[in-house]
Design a protein. Structure first.
Ligand code: ZN
Length: 537
């Protein structure tokens, strides 16, 4: 037995050497681009517009047309962590943007970490963020571990996006801190502001955009979508009609920062920062495999407000098309197309703006109050406190001990489930003991892949098509369900020796990291996706 083990490890060692030799053809740079909230159908709907990066990727890349998230909670943190690790939420643990921390009895953000104070590139930051809640290593983590001298650079407007791609470390991990109104990183990634990032931000203050207008980037009659869509909820002082003035109430303030993020200016800014960091970190220009991750957030901000059939999202994408071409040109010039591989995808899609009676908003507050009333009838009214910890989108978390009481009282449990099913828009009510990752029922399976016992609800709620969970005062539309408009996203590989091809094989964004890992010749021990190409580029 012992001899066999020794023999096995010797064989594995030889195999590793063989792979190591093979990996000499590894790319010098892996680029992961995420377009927050980009649905797969946008590539076709707006096809006539593409003259830049999207055209290049569609013409010269390997385009997977049937890429879908296989899980229920299609959210930013879940999507980026899935792309970053190749694992699914039940394994990587990033089950939502926020979840109920049962020890602290409070809602926490998916990257919240008080032990990793934020470091601001501008006004003081007060939060703390890190990849500590991410339970498995990312591809970027494995590159840092397995590739000598590999550098990791990621950026987004959102901490959960930059961190989901980077993971547990990195040379420059940059996001926008809404509270501070400035770009930031945290102690988890750097002891002090990263000089190259600070140099770019100091030289290009985003605040100088205060007062500029977001105008259409092409003649109005070239747009497919109407300007005044029905059901739009524009942010702040904006109307549903162009132009949109990006200005604060009183100079550079929170309103300005919000409007700036919800405009194509923020995507262009991140692209400029990326070019600058490619140069200063010499990404892809040394004898190793570096990682560059960029998550463009503007589409998500705009999509929530104006919906998927708006001129606003059309123009964000047209301007992103231009920014992506600049990025590709810069990569081609500095790294060489043969020396990098690039993957583009999205963290989730988005629902059409709900229109009664065919669809609508399921308010978190309504769910909470509905169940509170039923439990008060069943178990008696509470003098203080609540039977419910939180009703947080698809997750209903009961106060400590309440779920156990319900399990011991089938009539009360049935009453709660019945009351939840009576809420318009809720199609399925699943107790956590009903979830199974191997179920042949696609709804149960999708909910199970989104479930982590320490972080998810006692009960999972699944909305009907065209219904979504949202706070009462929520935005125009949102995502976060298992319906196709939320799950179906673009997935394109490009660069290296990748040849232009269309592929309709069903795949998932969890396949991105394993595919890139194979190119780079690194191992991903916790990945659940699979490498989509058999040969190295
Ligand atoms: Zn979103």
């Amino acid at each position: 037995m012992k001899f066999h083990r020794t023999f096995l490890s010797l064989a594995l060692g030889l195999l590793t050497i063989a792979l190591g030799l093979h990996a000499q053809g590894a790319p010098r740079l892996v680029v992961v681009l995420v377009v927050d909230q980009m649905r797969a159908d946008y590539l076709q709907t707006f096809d006539r517009h593409w003259q830049g990066g999207f055209r290049t990727l569609l013409n010269e890349g390997l385009v997977f047309e049937s890429a879908r998230y296989p899980y229920l909670d299609t959210l930013t943190c879940t999507g980026h962590s899935t792309i970053g690790t190749g694992a699914l939420p039940h394994t990587h643990g990033m089950v939502a943007n926020t979840w109920w921390d049962r020890d602290r009895q409070q809602l926490v953000g998916c990257t919240t970490d008080p032990d990793s104070p934020d470091i601001s590139y501008g006004r003081p930051a007060r939060q703390g963020n890190s990849g500590k809640p991410l339970l498995v290593p990312t591809l970027a983590d494995e590159l840092r571990t397995q590739k000598h001298g590999a550098r990791v650079v990621t950026m987004s407007l959102k901490a959960r996006s930059a961190i989901g791609l980077a993971g547990h470390g990195g040379d420059a991990v940059v996001w926008f801190d809404d509270d501070a109104g400035s770009f930031a990183t945290s102690r988890a990634f750097s002891a002090a502001p990263v000089p190259a990032v600070k140099a770019f931000i100091d030289a290009h203050p985003f605040e100088k955009d205060n007062g500029v207008s977001w105008t259409l980037s092409a003649p109005a009659n070239s747009y497919i979508m109407p300007d005044a869509g029905i059901g739009e909820r524009p942010p702040g002082p904006w109307s549903g009609l162009f132009p949109h003035v990006i200005a604060g109430r009183s100079g550079v303030d929170a309103q300005f920062a919000q409007l700036w993020q919800a405009s194509p200016r923020s995507d262009a800014y991140l692209e400029g920062l990326a070019e600058s960091l490619i140069d200063s970190f010499m990404l892809g220009q040394r004898d190793t495999t570096d990682f560059l991750g960029i998550s463009f957030s503007a589409l998500d901000e705009v999509g929530h407000s104006f919906g998927p059939r708006s001129r606003e999202i059309e123009d964000v994408l047209r301007q992103l098309d231009v920014a992506l071409q600049r990025l590709i040109a810069h990569l081609d010039g500095k790294v060489g197309r043969a020396n990098y591989v690039l993957a583009l995808s999205a963290d989730h899609g988005v629902a059409p703006i709900a229109m009664a009676p065919a669809g609508g908003r399921i308010a978190n507050e309504d769910v909470r109050e509905h169940v509170e009333e039923v439990l008060s009838t069943q178990f008696g009214a509470l003098e203080h406190g609540s039977y419910i910890a939180t009703a947080n989108f698809t997750d209903l978390v009961l106060a400590p001990g309440v779920f156990e009481r319900l399990k011991a009282s089938p009539d009360a449990m049935a009453a709660v489930q019945q009351s939840l099913k009576s809420i318009p828009g809720i199609e399925h009510v699943l107790r956590n003991d009903q979830l199974s990752e191997t179920s042949s029922n696609s709804v149960i399976k999708a909910a199970a892949l989104s479930y982590h016992p320490n972080r998810s609800g006692d009960v999972t709620l699944v909305p009907r098509k065209y219904w979504y969970f949202s706070p009462r005062t929520g935005s125009g539309t949102t995502h976060g369900t298992l319906h196709d408009y939320d799950q179906h996203v673009p997935l394109i590989f490009f660069g290296g020796a990748i040849r232009a091809r269309r592929d309709r094989t069903p795949v998932t964004p969890a396949d991105i990291a394993p595919t890139l890992a194979r190119f780079a010749g690194v191992q991903l021990s916790k990945a659940e996706g699979k490498a989509l190409m058999k040969t190295e580029p």
